[in-house]
Design a protein around this ligand. Structure first.
Ligand code: XLS
Ligand code: NI
Ligand code: NI
Length: 436
């Protein structure tokens, strides 16, 4: 069965093409800094937004029209696998990401759920073999079902902790079986609504415990993929424990997990935390925990996670700048954790969303690579901090001067002379690279 008969394989046609079902910038094999674009970008399809989501919001039911709408739950699950692989093949996307719950319905019992999952994993495995498409990361949905009302690892109910552990174990088994390159923990309902009923210390200790148990189990089954945490400051809970990259770093250090985890950074989560996307990537980069990206965007005027397809070339350029400066993706990639708007009814809209996102990041990659080749920011920054290269500054950064000596030095300074930060100049230069 064909799910998207209206679309043929989407190809690169260049910026002069008028074909809206073609790429204008994403040319998979084109070399950028000596490496094919597709290897730089490692695009991934998010199973949940692309195949499972139906367009519902707190005010209304599903709106999106999909070919599998009227099937029984297990038939629907199978149809979605086929549709997903057809979709990725047509776009030339080589990776996907999923939660356990995205791919198969929960049964009456946990055992039945795992059986349902196994049936669908068989179908996925066949499709992976047929197409060569790979799993970027797996994860477990421990937030949708009412049992997780108080959280999963941070629930006040120990049986929920056990249930979450079982789901993680099973999702790790599946990820390993499908040769997944990573495994993500996004906080879900790990957070709180009010401190009036919350033992914050116990909840955080338990979250640390759960992640350590997962790491231990991964060794037992010899899963060598990369573990990630995906920070988010709020939603669904008022205060998510994995607030932002800096908060997660502290958490990892407290629970001895800093060598086991890297960050999966989502653009919309960064902005919800009051940061830019680039800020979160930079914090991860300078701390050696840059890992993977959930590529999307929020809305300037809305305070929630709108998960829109990325279309902002400026942001994508600065994001790709950080990615390249971090050495590029190794196990990670660009997962489109993005959904079409509720009124974008047809499956054709999915293609337009992905094409826009892929072109935006392809252009961002080209801009970033030129900026780096020309050392635009590096040269400026090096010069800006040149006072630390010799004399007094050199002594400071080599820790060879005491507070008293610094004070003596300062007492003899006659006049401090500062130089311009030249922000506007740099913004002009950045724009000139984007115009090209
Ligand atoms: C939700 C998160 C989620 C994770 C995977 O806001 O972005 O989709 O990426 O659990
Ligand atoms: Ni995400
Ligand atoms: Ni999100």
């Amino acid at each position: 069965m064909i799910f998207f008969p209206e679309v043929q394989n989407v190809k690169y046609e260049g910026i002069d093409s008028k074909n809206l079902l073609a790429f204008k910038h994403y040319n998979p094999e084109e070399l950028v800094m000596g490496k094919p674009m597709k290897e730089h970008l490692r695009f991934a399809m998010s199973y949940w937004h692309t195949l499972t989501g139906g367009g519902n919001d707190p005010f209304g039911d599903n709106t999106l029209i999909r070919q599998w709408d009227n099937l029984t739950p297990m038939e629907k699950a199978k149809a979605r696998v086929k549709a997903g692989f057809e979709f990725m093949e047509k776009l030339g996307i080589e990776y996907f990401c999923f939660h356990d719950k995205d791919i198969a319905p929960e049964g009456e019992t946990l055992r039945e759920y795992f059986e349902n999952l196994n049936i669908i994993v068989d179908v996925i495995e066949d499709e992976m073999k047929r197409t060569g498409i790979k799993l970027l990361w797996g994860t477990s949905n421990m937030f949708s079902h009412p049992r997780f009302v108080h959280g999963a690892g941070t629930s006040c109910n120990a049986e929920v902790f056990a249930w979450a552990s079982a789901q993680i174990k099973n999702a790790l088994d599946i990820t390993k079986r499908l040769n997944g390159e990573g495994y993500v923990f996004w906080g879900g309902r790990e957070g709180y609504e009010t401190l009036l009923n919350t033992d914050m210390k116990l909840e955080l200790d338990n979250l640390g415990r759960l992640l350590n148990l997962a790491v231990d189990y991964s060794k037992e089954i010899n899963f060598t993929g990369q573990f990630y945490i995906e920070p988010k400051p709020k939603e669904p809970t008022k205060h998510q424990y994995d607030f932002d990259v800096a908060t997660v770093l502290n958490f990892l250090k407290t629970y001895n997990l800093q060598n086991k985890f890297k960050m999966n950074i989502e653009a919309n989560h960064a902005t919800l935390a009051g940061h830019t996307f680039q800020h979160e990537l930079r914090v991860a980069r300078i701390n050696g925990v840059f890992g993977s990206v959930d590529a999307n965007r929020g809305d300037l005027l809305l305070g929630w996670d709108t998960d829109q397809f990325p279309s902002d070339v400026y942001d994508a350029s600065l994001a790709m700048y950080e990615v390249l400066m971090a050495g590029g993706f190794t196990s990670g990639g660009l997962n489109f954790d993005a959904k079409v708007r509720r009124a974008s009814l047809d499956s054709l809209d999915l293609f337009y969303g992905y094409i826009c996102g892929m072109d935006t990041f392809a252009k961002g990659l080209k801009v970033a690579s030129k900026l780096i080749e020309d050392k635009v920011f590096e040269n400026f920054i090096e010069n800006r901090y040149s006072s630390y290269k010799s004399g007094l500054g050199k002594k400071i950064i080599e820790n060879k001067i005491t507070l008293k000596e610094l004070s003596e030095y300062a007492l003899d300074i006659k006049e401090i002379k500062n130089t311009s930060g030249r922000q506007e100049l740099l913004e002009n230069i950045l724009n000139s690279y984007i115009y090209k």
